[in-house]
Ligand binder design. Structure first.
Ligand code: FAD
Length: 449
């Protein structure tokens, strides 16, 4: 058996480490294994049988052949930000694509060719100086692979659509070890626009259309404190009503954290524009305070939302998709009581809709919803963990939404595939049979045929 040394890239950008393993794959107990299995969610402790850091289609193909010969399942990791660690299933061969982080912008066609392992921050570093952007998420450390294959939304999604709506071509090594190109199989592109996470194979390359972005970006934060639970519910209702009428270049997020509600409103125009000023005035009328809007160069403005780079322990789940306040009204009192009574528990709702509703035919099934909720828990002390997790699950159940975002997975959902893929599930299952008939590519919530 061949032994070799190679350099892998950890989820901490710029922190190289040396791996040494048989076949180039790391096993438990070997130097580098513990570092390589570290995910963004440090509450998780995955135990894959092997970790294969692959840097080319050929290396991916070899890793899949190895897994078939060893009778192992394959899980796939790009940026390692999955809430529940589905990129590193226990006992699997986990293919780590962190080293496949190429990003090439083609000025003539204004297209981007990217590897799945590229982090969003690094992508924006290439595109923003060209005056271009790929509408995607806000956090710099999230991997493009996992984000784009499940949908991908962010501050520009209402204006231009999801990340996956901008995907034009993908290449994938399927569960049979064959290299596929969506140019020859358009259904592969359909599936990868929202249904591609760890289901059919290993996506090794993606091509995207990009958008011209303005040189300035506007944002304003609105804050309210010192309210009763009843008042919090009223403010939630008012925000839903206001947010439903926002024009498409404006994004808004409602963040209910302890005894404070923060609403973020951003615009790809400026906060001085008439629509933004009207919305800001309405926010003040419903009781929020603000120090005023900020208009900054776009790259600087987006960097404010890049978030924490290193791992941290948390327990986040989708709160579900909503048409409006009526979909959470029945649970809103419980949301207010639990959030106000539990430090570290957050209920957040973000605006969707706009261009997302007009996106291309794709596996992403939730286009009709203008809102999406997320329930989050962060702890400083381990002793807070159990109660926080119980409250997250209780709130998710109290809200009782049936449709959930694949990229905000919840290991406790009863019917996760129906919740994530809805009306696309039948077609996705048929493709699973074609692309991965032996169910080699799998994790606890992956597609079954
Ligand atoms: C801090 C933080 C901020 C976030 N912000 C946003 C946001 O603004 N917008 C948003 O839409 N989402 C956001 N998310 C959710 C994010 O989209 C998902 O966690 C996403 O799946 C992460 O992708 P990844 O490549 O980093 O993760 P991974 O854990 O590497 O992968 C996630 C899933 O995709 C599969 N996968 C990854 N790469 C491939 C591939 N090449 N081929 C096949 N399957 C693959 C994995 O098997 C796994 O099931 C955020 C998550 C976190 C933790």
């Amino acid at each position: 058996m061949k032994r070799r040394q190679f350099v892998g890239t950890s989820i901490f950008a710029g922190m190289p480490f040396i791996m040494r393993a048989e076949e180039g794959y790391l096993k438990p107990g070997e130097t580098g294994y513990d570092q390589a299995r570290q995910l963004f969610n440090s509450d998780l402790s995955p135990k894959p049988a092997y970790i294969a850091a692959c840097r080319s289609e050929e290396e991916v193909r070899k890793a899949i052949t190895f897994a078939r010969n060893e009778n192992l399942s394959v899980s796939v990791k790009s940026g390692g930000h999955c809430f529940i660690g589905s990129s590193m299933s226990d006992g699997s061969l986990s293919i780590d694509l962190g080293g496949m982080s190429q990003r090439v912008y083609l000025p003539e066609s204004k297209e981007l060719i990217a590897g799945p392992g590229v982090k969003l921050g690094k992508l924006y570093d290439v595109l923003l100086p060209q005056g271009r952007i790929l509408p995607a998420g806000s956090c710099a450390g999230v991997g493009l692979g996992g984000l784009a294959l499940g949908g991908g939304y962010g501050l520009f999604a209402r204006q231009w659509g999801l990340t996956s709506d901008h995907m034009q071509r993908v290449k994938m090594v399927n569960g049979k070890g064959e290299l596929m190109d969506s140019k020859d199989d358009p259904e592969l592109l359909w599936a990868c626009r929202g249904g591609g996470n760890g289901n059919f194979g290993v996506v090794t390359s993606m091509e995207f259309q990009t958008r011209a972005v303005r040189s300035t970006f506007g944002a304003q934060r609105f804050v309210v404190r010192g309210f009763s639970a009843k008042k919090a519910v009223a403010m939630m209702r008012d925000w839903f009503e206001l947010a439903a009428g926002l024009p498409e270049p404006i994004f808004s997020g409602f963040v209910f954290n302890g005894r404070q509600i923060t609403v973020l409103m951003t615009t790809s125009f400026t906060t001085g524009g008439p629509a933004f000023r009207k919305a800001a005035a309405a926010m003040k009328r419903i009781g929020f305070g603000s120090k005023g809007g900020i208009n900054s160069p776009t790259a600087k403005a987006l960097a404010r939302y890049y978030g924490q780079a290193g791992p941290l322990p948390f327990y986040n789940v989708s709160g579900g998709f909503y048409h409006g306040f009526k979909d959470v009204e029945h649970a809103s009192g419980e949301v207010a009581d639990k959030v106000m009574g539990t430090g570290g528990l957050i209920f957040q709702v973000n605006t969707l809709g706009g261009a997302i509703t007009r996106g291309p035919d794709s596996a992403y099934p939730h286009r009709e919803y203008p809102f999406m909720g997320e329930i989050q828990a962060y702890w400083q002390r381990k002793s807070q963990r159990e109660a926080l997790i119980a409250n997250v699950t209780a709130l998710r159940k109290a809200i009782g939404a049936k449709a959930h975002y694949r990229n905000y997975p919840d290991a406790t959902l009863e019917n996760p595939l129906e919740a994530y893929y809805g009306s696309s599930l039948l077609q996705l299952r048929a493709l699973k049979v074609r692309y991965d008939p032996d169910n080699l590519i799998r994790h606890p919530q992956s597609l079954t045929s």
